[in-house]
Design a protein around this ligand. Structure first.
Ligand SMILES: [Zn+2]
Length: 260
């Protein structure tokens, strides 16, 4: 009876799953001008508010959400570390630019735009984590995929008012360096709104895949300056993603392997 009881327990065990820990961390900045952002985010438990979204995923291990001083206006996911960092600099930049540019709007509106720009950005970073941890096959470049998944989640899960704020926040995030974009015809909307990425970007994507596939033979691309080193650093990861997507999504439908 005892053995049977033990066996039953052992059989049940694999079906139990434990949600991974989501660790939050507010690292104090050195810079005086960033301290108010540290204080505010920490006192409001800002990271706790995005925890439920992180907890929707079946992470295989702990996941860390962190705010810190980065030395640049950015937010990032660290591949292999299950860790997202939101830099104090990005919160400052969103705050400063919304104060500068949205002077015709109320303080509440400006705050909403800045906060929702940060939420959109967080969901974008979370998608990088999902793609990395679960080895999600993607053909498109990871940045477009991260935007698409972030918006997909928001479109499906946000109340209409919340969704409007998120879209305004995302627009502000993308346009904050060109505040008049969207309100003037000076820009080439046709170029930017085309279903294709910019041709120049498509060209560099081709170089990037080639360089990653044949690093020795195509080394001259970087050495002779055809492909900037800053982009070349990402190429192996992009090739790996293309290869993974091909093997998982297309190879099963072919009569013979179409790669190696
Ligand atoms: Zn990104």
């Amino acid at each position: 009876m005892k053995i049977k009881h033990w066996l039953l327990g052992a059989m049940l065990l694999p079906s139990l799953s434990f949600a991974a820990n989501v660790i939050t961390k507010y690292t104090p900045p050195q810079s005086e001008e960033l301290k108010p952002y540290y204080e505010l985010l920490k006192s409001r438990n800002a990271l706790d508010q995005v925890k439920p979204t992180v907890k929707l995923l079946k992470w295989p291990g702990d996941f860390t959400l962190e705010t810190m001083e980065c030395g640049e206006v950015n937010a990032m996911y660290y591949p292999g570390q299950s860790r997202i960092v939101m830099c104090y600099e990005i919160f400052k930049d969103l705050h400063d630019k919304s104060e500068e540019q949205l002077t015709d709007y109320s303080a509440e509106y400006r705050r909403d735009v800045a906060v929702h720009a940060a939420i959109f950005l967080f969901r974008h970073e979370l998608t990088h984590a999902i793609i990395d941890v679960f080895k999600v096959p993607i053909f498109t470049d990871e940045e477009n995929a991260a935007d698409a998944v972030a918006l997909y989640y928001s479109l499906n899960n946000s109340e209409p008012e919340e969704l409007k704020k998120l879209l305004k926040g995302a627009k502000f995030y993308f346009m904050r360096k060109n505040p008049k974009f969207g309100e003037t015809n000076d820009y080439q909307f046709g170029t930017f709104s085309d279903v294709h990425p910019l041709h120049e970007q498509r060209y560099f994507n081709m170089l990037c895949y080639t360089y990653a596939k044949y690093p020795k033979e195509a080394d001259f691309l970087v050495k002779d300056g055809y492909l900037p080193q800053s982009r070349a650093d990402y190429c192996p990861r992009q090739w790996e993603q293309l290869d993974n997507a091909m093997k998982k999504l297309i190879w099963p439908h072919t009569y013979k392997k179409v790669g190696k």
